[in-house]
Each structure stands twice: as structure tokens, then as C-alpha cells.
Design a protein around this ligand. Structure first.
Ligand SMILES: [Mg+2]
Ligand SMILES: [Zn+2]
Length: 175
């Protein structure tokens, strides 16, 4: 299967250091919805792996997170595409879970869901923790410059990282 895995905040929607706490704050990055729809229509399964410690911190309830993901699915569906499996880590950084990136638990959960291998699969993120999670499972780390991407790039990324301006550029590269 053609599997592509995306981080959410800073890749699909605008990120904020103050967290994305409500449906109103969940604003797609220009071109991102169209990019997911185009990839989907071209045969790509587009899954999402996102850290959501705001749940553990009590900033927003699970229902709000699910409403954001329902909106994402709806917007992509309106463009004729489909969003694949969405997995999130609801834990805080001190809980020692296996899923909070840079741990690879979320990526492994997606692989298990699809009974797919992660080797060489592109995992697209805007943070160092995304790139590290990809490397931990022999996936291909891909950085976008949206969200925290420029900041991440300035600090240095693993040598094997592929770098694109945004999700739209990735869709153009893959299709
Ligand atoms: Mg991010
Ligand atoms: Zn977790």
C-alpha cells in the first residue's frame, strides 16, 4: 500500500505555542486540505499521528479533539478525498507513555492498523520529535517548513531528512 503519515499541528493546521484548544482555533494551513484530498485520490492512504498533551493538561476535552478530527475528515471529503487512521497521544510528557513522540508508539499503532511495514514510509512533521520518531522505526523523516518547521530546521535536522515547503509541495512530489 502507499502509506503516508502526517503529524497534525503545523503540518495540516496552523500551530500555536498556546495549544489548539477549540474547534475555532483549528485552522487548516492553506493548501493542506487539498493536498490530502489529492494524495488520497491518487491512491495514498494518509494517516495522522499527533501528540495531544493538552488533553492530559486539561486544556480541552477528548470530545473537542474528536470534533477537530471530524472537521478534518469532512473538509477532505468535500474535496473528494479520505483521511486514514488518526492516532493521538493524550498523555503528558512526564507520564512515560510509549506513544508520545519522539517515541514511535503512534507510528507503530498505524502500522499495526494497516498491517503495513514502516520501513521507508514518509512521516511528515514540523518538529524534531517527529523526525526522531520516524528514525526510530526506519521510516523516512520528512520536514515541512510550516508550523515550527523553520525553527526546527535552524536547530539542525538528521542528515537523511527530506525537506519541503509545505504539504502541498509534498503532494506535488508524490503524485
Ligand atoms: Mg507539529
Ligand atoms: Zn502517550
Amino acid at each position: 500500500m502507499k502509506l503516508l503519515i502526517l503529524d497534525r499541528d503545523g503540518v495540516i493546521n496552523q500551530d500555536s505555542d498556546a495549544y489548539i484548544k477549540s474547534l475555532d482555533e483549528w485552522v487548516p494551513i492553506p493548501g493542506a486540505i487539498e493536498a490530502i484530498a489529492q494524495l488520497s485520490k491518487a491512491g495514498w492512504t494518509v494517516a495522522v499521528a499527533t501528540n495531544q498533551s493538552g488533553i492530559a493538561r486539561g486544556y480541552y476535552p477528548l470530545a473537542t479533539l474528536e470534533a477537530m478530527h471530524a472537521r478534518l475528515r469532512m473538509l477532505v471529503a468535500e474535496q473528494g478525498g479520505e483521511v486514514g487512521h488518526i492516532v493521538y497521544c493524550p498523555h503528558g510528557p512526564d507520564e512515560g507513555c510509549d506513544c508520545r513522540k519522539p517515541k514511535p508508539g503512534l507510528l507503530r499503532a498505524i502500522a499495526e492498523h494497516y498491517q503495513a511495514s514502516l520501513e521507508g514510509i514518509w512521516f511528515v512533521g514540523d518538529s524534531q520529535s517527529d523526525l526522531q520518531a520516524a528514525l526510530a522505526v526506519d521510516a523516512q523523516p520528512v520536514l515541512v517548513k510550516t508550523g515550527k518547521g523553520e525553527r526546527t530546521l535552524e536547530k539542525g535536522v538528521p542528515a537523511s531528512t527530506l525537506i519541503y515547503d509545505d504539504l502541498a509541495a509534498i503532494a506535488r512530489a508524490l503524485i
